[in-house]
Structure formats: C-alpha cells, structure tokens
Design a protein around this ligand. Structure first.
Ligand SMILES: [Zn+2]
Length: 290
C-alpha cells in the first residue's frame, strides 16, 4: 500500500476537517454521543497529543490541517472546545494548523463571539455541526449570524448528512438528523452569495442533493471527510473527478479516521494527477485563501 503519486516527494495535502485528538474534544465536548460515534468507527478513544498527530499526518503526506472548534452546549449540555483553545493550539503550530472557531447559534451572544473569533483570535473561519447544535440553518432567526460572517469575509464548514454521534443509542441521544440535510444550506447559500460554504462529508443519504447544490451554487464546496474512500458513494467519486473537480476537497475527520489508511485508499481510486492535486490541496488553498 502506498500514498498517491503526487505526495511522493513531500507532504502537500491539506486536511479540511480535523478535530482535537485530546480530551477537550473527545471527552469534554464529546460526552456520551462521542463514545457512540467511536464505536461506530471501530476506534478506541485514546487521546493523542499534537506532536504525535503531526507525525501521523506527515507519514500520510499531509502538510496542513484545519482544526475545528466545537460549541454545541445549548443542545447537548456538553461544554465547548473553547475558541481560545483552538487559537492557542494554532499559535503553537502555526505552520501546520488553520484554526476555525465555533459559535453556538442557539446562544444569545453568538454574533459577538463570531466577531471576537475573527477580530481578536484571528481564527480563519467557522465550523457548524447542525445536528449536534440542534438548529436549522435556513431558519430566518440565524440571518444576523450569516450576515455577520459574510461581512467578516471568512469561510464556513457545515456538517453534511447523517451523524454517527449518538448512533445506536435510544433516540440517538435526542439528536435530529434532519438538520444535516444539505438542502437547508441551499437557502443560506442563495441568500448569502459572498459566504463561502463547505459542506463536510459525503452527505449520506443526501449525496445527490449535495452534488446538485455544489454544482449550482458557486459559493458551495464539499469535502470527502468522515468516510473511508472505499465506502464513498460512486456518484460522489465520479463527480469528484469530473464536474466538481474544482470544488471537492480532501478531509479526514481525525481522530476518527486514520489519515494514512485514508490516503492509501484514495490512491487506489486512480484519479489523474491533475485531479489528485486539486482534491488534495489546490482547491483547499483557494477556499482557505492560503
Ligand atoms: Zn467532524
């Protein structure tokens, strides 16, 4: 097994979707719903430090990663991964991490916190997990937040599709997967043409909707995180090398997925070198403004 050819000489890939491998994310913010997810991924949750994470990434040919914040406190009751912590880790590894903050759209101060993330903490974008955060992004009550982020001029990563959080628990621990339907993001994209949006993960079971939105909305992109390549829907894999080759990006969902195994399976897809370069780093460089 080996890495894609385009990574043979030096690590160049950019992972658009990484979480903290530390207890801040896995246990504190994650709680029981994260234990459920880890079981679905067949991963034991052993915290890692950032040095180990970087070594794993280097072996997988990855040069940079977007480190995501997490605040789903209102809906889950679990404390957030604080934005200050994300900024601190980014500062300690500023050659490696791009920091994305998280604001809880159900909190009264979410707009102020979004401004603080960009203006004071110098974070580069935002991550939303609509299922964990329990909100409908198309609901007009969130207009202020989208207007604010659009004005701040930074991109957003949104969750796409079902979630393994709470999987197999009674009631899925109260989480509602309808909020993961990418169609709810189509409204946001239409009303905020300057908001750059990345729908994370092949959005099972709504991959077709996701592909349609990415095709029709110039400001909407997607990534392949959260799924090992051999399990990704065939139509997504086909679009990634054809009509959407400028809009699909690589992501892992670390620490849930092993970056090296992901890359080895990606190499087996036998995409052209042009497509590999676009998906693995060129599209992300453009989206992130690197
Ligand atoms: Zn994730």
């Amino acid at each position: 097994m080996s890495l894609p050819d385009v990574l043979a000489d030096e690590p160049r890939a950019i992972d658009t979707h990484a979480h903290q491998p530390t207890e801040e994310f896995l246990f504190t913010a994650g709680g029981e719903m994260m234990q459920d997810a880890a079981e679905r991924f067949g991963k034991e949750m052993v915290p890692n430090d950032y040095e180990q994470m970087r070594e794993e990434y280097e072996r997988a040919g990855i040069a940079k990663a977007v480190l995501l914040g997490w605040d789903a406190e209102t809906n889950t009751g679990n404390p957030p991964v604080p934005n200050d912590y994300v900024a601190e880790v980014r500062d300690e590894h500023d050659d490696f991490f791009v920091g994305f903050g998280s604001v809880d759209p159900l909190k009264d101060d979410c707009v102020e916190e979004a401004i603080r993330c960009v203006e004071d903490l110098d974070l580069s974008g935002f991550k939303f997990q609509q299922i964990a955060q329990g909100f409908d992004p198309s609901d007009p009550e969130h207009e202020d937040l989208w207007n604010t982020i659009e004005d701040l001029g930074v991109p957003c990563v949104f969750h796409g599709g079902n979630s393994t959080l709470g999987a197999c628990a009674p009631g899925g621990r109260g989480l509602k997967i309808k909020y993961g339907n990418p169609m709810l993001l189509d409204d946001v994209a239409a009303d905020h043409p300057d908001l750059q949006m990345l729908i994370a993960h092949p959005a099972f079971p709504w991959e077709k909707e996701q592909l349609a939105i990415c095709q029709q909305k110039g400001n909407v992109y997607m990534d392949l995180s959260g799924w090992m390549p051999k399990y990704i829907d065939d139509q997504v894999l086909h679009y990634a090398k054809t009509v959407l080759k400028d809009k699909v990006m690589f992501g892992t969902d670390y620490p849930m997925l092993d970056p090296q195994k992901w890359m080895e399976q990606f190499a087996n897809l036998e995409y052209s070198e042009e497509v590999q370069r676009k998906l693995l780093w060129e599209n992300a460089e453009e989206f992130l403004g690197l």
